[in-house]
Design a protein around this ligand. Structure first.
Ligand code: GLN
Length: 244
């Protein structure tokens, strides 16, 4: 097919409740990297209560939220659990950040309540003493470059035998103990890195776009872009926190 006929449709789930630290910057990054390549891109926002047709979507973004917002949004998510599960099992691409990442698991136990998760990935989260707040640097199989970001969470996520998103080179990660961060399940990436993650990690952005295009069009082909600025930002963080 003519490559310029390709289009990526991004579904932003519940930006009215889940949009901490500018998680929507991830969407701006995905859209722009498509547009630079002549690939059409569209974002559909689904606020709480709207009906979601997952068959129209190529990428789903689930952002971060406070404990209070998570407790509210979890009710909405549980209503769409089966459609969301089908989408994920059918290799639909998902980026779930922080509060959204926690909700992919069985539950998130805060100090005072138990928030039921979607149980789409076999993992769970429990709040423990102290928040894990700092810059973070990972080594991920999905990129040659380090993955850099910022984390701020009270919950500790236990991913059992699932594949992590990366190994922690600096920072705390999933639970501050295992040395790993995030989760990869099929075409889902769950991560605590927000603020936003993709502009500083263009290879992760292209990984998601590639998987989405492959699923819909059978080809993950992406023209190279001039990433010198992105690489400079990434390298600055890497050298500041990991290696002089
Ligand atoms: N409320 C969750 C926690 O503190 C997630 C916060 C977030 O999305 N930054 O663990």
């Amino acid at each position: 097919m003519d490559m310029e006929e390709r289009k990526v449709v991004i579904g932003h789930l519940y930006p009215d409740l889940l949009n901490l630290y500018g998680d929507r910057g991830n969407i701006a990054c995905m859209m722009q990297r498509c547009i630079w390549r002549g690939i059409k891109a569209e974002t559909i926002e689904f606020n709480t209560g709207s009906t979601i047709d997952f068959s129209k979507l190529d990428i789903v973004l689930l952002g971060g939220g406070s404990d209070r917002e998570q407790a509210i949004v979890c009710k909405n998510l549980l209503e769409i659990r089966e459609q969301f599960r089908e989408y994920i099992e059918d290799h639909g691409v998902v980026l779930a950040v922080c509060g959204g990442y926690q909700l992919l698991g069985k539950y998130y136990k805060t100090g005072s309540e138990m928030i039921e998760g979607l149980d789409l990935v076999d993992m769970y989260t429990e709040q423990e003493e102290g928040r894990l707040i700092d810059n973070i640097v990972l080594q991920s199989d999905l990129a040659d470059m380090p993955v850099v970001g910022f984390e701020n969470h009270g919950g500790r996520t236990y991913i059992k035998d699932n594949q992590p998103f990366g190994k922690v080179l600096y920072g705390s990660g999933n639970d501050g103990k295992s040395g790993y961060e995030g989760v990869i399940y099929k075409n889902v990436i769950g991560t605590y890195l927000h603020g936003p993650l993709l502009p500083k990690n263009p290879q992760i952005c292209d990984h998601l776009l590639g998987r989405a295009l492959e699923r819909r069009y059978g080809s993950a082909e992406l023209a190279p872009l001039d990433d010198r600025q992105e690489e400079a930002a990434n390298s600055y963080i890497y050298h500041r926190f990991v290696k002089e």
